[in-house]
Design a protein around this ligand. Structure first.
Ligand code: EPU
Length: 420
């Protein structure tokens, strides 16, 4: 197993290129099941989660090749419909093959995804939405067994205890594009990754309106065709580098980053005193003065993303004063708190709220990565800590950050990957 060694204290400077969005790549790759034609997806990041999705597609009879950031998907066997436990259990995002399998092949057997380290992750909304489309769904032997011969358009309310759901919206959308009649998804997720999915589906011939709002309308079509499509840049990767620049008091240009998709983070960091400018081809981030503490609450898009909560907390641990961070999407997503505390952070955790008292400096320590975004927070902390930080179990980072240590080294960080 690899680990990262970081010596803190270097300011990040220069330019970093933001790659395609992981959370767009997974549903878009799954959506290729909806046609037997060839699909070409560009700007696909190199990540283990993408590799996992390619493995699932291969087992489902697709012939997939990846050359740099271009993935080509061809059909070789269109009769397969089972996504096995040994793959689905490694990545919850695998659930997004359910909708397209039902939509195109009219049946699916997908391993029921378990819980994960960021807390309970139910799939009741996926099941409700698909049942409302007339899909017959049961759970047997740990698998979701779905039969969709009678699938038809319907009006579906897709809100749960925590609001809308990104992948439930994706699953219902992908099942509905080939269903007879009209489907309306109320309380749909508005995330840019859903807009990107709808963009790809429309290029394949689907009829969709309202993506990006809470109401998506779909008029079912008989068939979708292949196409070439380029993915949006990863807003969470961009946000992570923005926070890395802030924490190291640096000056970095985020090439290809979308300003419009990061408004909630930009708003908070500007309030804290960071200088952020929209540029033609990206975002310029500059630290010019000491930052102020801030209060942040995570919400569904366009609110502050839960996927940047841990990295924001790392920044607040070294920002003088008291900050409060409240997690409203995954109230238990605080596994990074104890590891940050090992580095000298002062954080009080009370239910879904954290109170952070900024300290002058963190100190390097051996820490353990636990989930993707928590691991990114530890990297950020390591970049400013005094001495050496050793992060083990970094396979979590490889799931979601394309070439993280190389990109950070090029910006001047003292970071290296070594074998454990
Ligand atoms: N929820 C339900 N019932 C459901 C589905 C979700 O109650 O059937 C709840 C969840 O427990 C959570 C909230 O609804 O409280 C939102 O979850 P959502 O379904 O939107 O999450 P997701 O679609 O499973 C995606 C991303 C996550 C990201 C969340 C929230 C992918 C592959 N994953 O998950 O990304 O945190 O949306 O924005 O798109 C990550 O990249 O590190 C990551 C975890």
């Amino acid at each position: 197993m690899d680990k990262l060694l970081i010596r803190g204290g270097k300011k990040l400077k220069g330019s970093v290129t933001i790659t395609g969005a992981k959370n767009a790549a997974l549903p878009l790759l799954a959506a290729t099941i909806l046609t037997d034609d060839v699909c070409v997806l560009k700007n696909i990041p190199t990540l283990t989660d993408v590799g996992t999705m390619i493995k699932i597609l291969t087992r489902l009879g697709k012939n997939v090749t990846k050359e740099n950031d271009v993935v080509t998907v061809r059909s070789s066997n269109t009769n397969k419909y089972k996504a096995l436990y040994e793959i689905v259990s490694t990545m919850r995002g695998s659930i997004c093959v359910l909708g397209p399998l039902i939509g195109k092949r009219k049946k699916a057997e997908v391993s029921f995804p378990g819980g994960c380290v960021i807390g309970p992750r139910p799939i009741d909304l996926h099941l409700k939405g698909l049942r409302d489309l007339g899909v017959n769904l049961k759970v047997k032997g740990g698998y979701l067994i779905a039969r969709g011969e009678k699938i038809r358009g319907n009006r579906i309310y897709l809100g749960g205890h925590f609001g809308s759901s990104v992948l439930a919206t994706a699953n219902v959308l992908m099942a509905a594009v080939l269903a007879r009649g009209k489907t309306i998804i109320e309380n749909a997720a508005c995330e840019p990754e859903i807009v990107d999915l709808a963009g790809f589906l429309k290029k394949m011939g689907a009829m969709i309106r309202g993506e990006g709002s809470h109401r998506i309308e779909i008029s079912g079509v008989k068939k979708l065709h292949g196409c070439t499509y380029s993915l949006i840049p990863d807003r969470i990767e961009a946000g992570t580098y923005m926070l890395a620049t802030a924490i190291t008091k640096g000056n970095v240009f985020l090439k290809n980053a979308s300003y419009d998709n990061l408004l909630a983070l930009i708003d908070k960091l500007t309030e804290a005193g960071l200088n952020i400018e929209r540029r033609k081809n990206g975002i310029r981030v500059r630290y010019t003065k000491p930052l102020r503490p801030i209060d942040v609450t995570t919400f569904a898009y366009p609110g502050f993303p839960t996927d940047l909560q841990a990295q924001m907390m790392a920044l607040m641990t070294v920002t003088e004063g008291i900050s409060v961070i409240t997690e409203k999407i995954y109230p238990e997503r605080f596994i990074h708190v104890s590891e940050l505390s090992r580095m000298g952070a002062q954080i009080v955790l009370e239910g879904p709220n954290t109170i952070i008292k900024g300290v002058k400096r963190l100190s390097g320590a051996p820490v353990m990565a636990s989930d993707l975004r928590a691991s990114a927070a530890l990297v950020l902390a390591g970049l400013v800590a005094k001495g050496e930080t050793e992060i083990s179990r970094i396979y979590h980072l490889d799931r979601g950050y394309d070439n993280l240590e190389k990109k950070l080294s090029r910006l001047g960080a003292d970071i290296k990957r070594v074998k454990e």
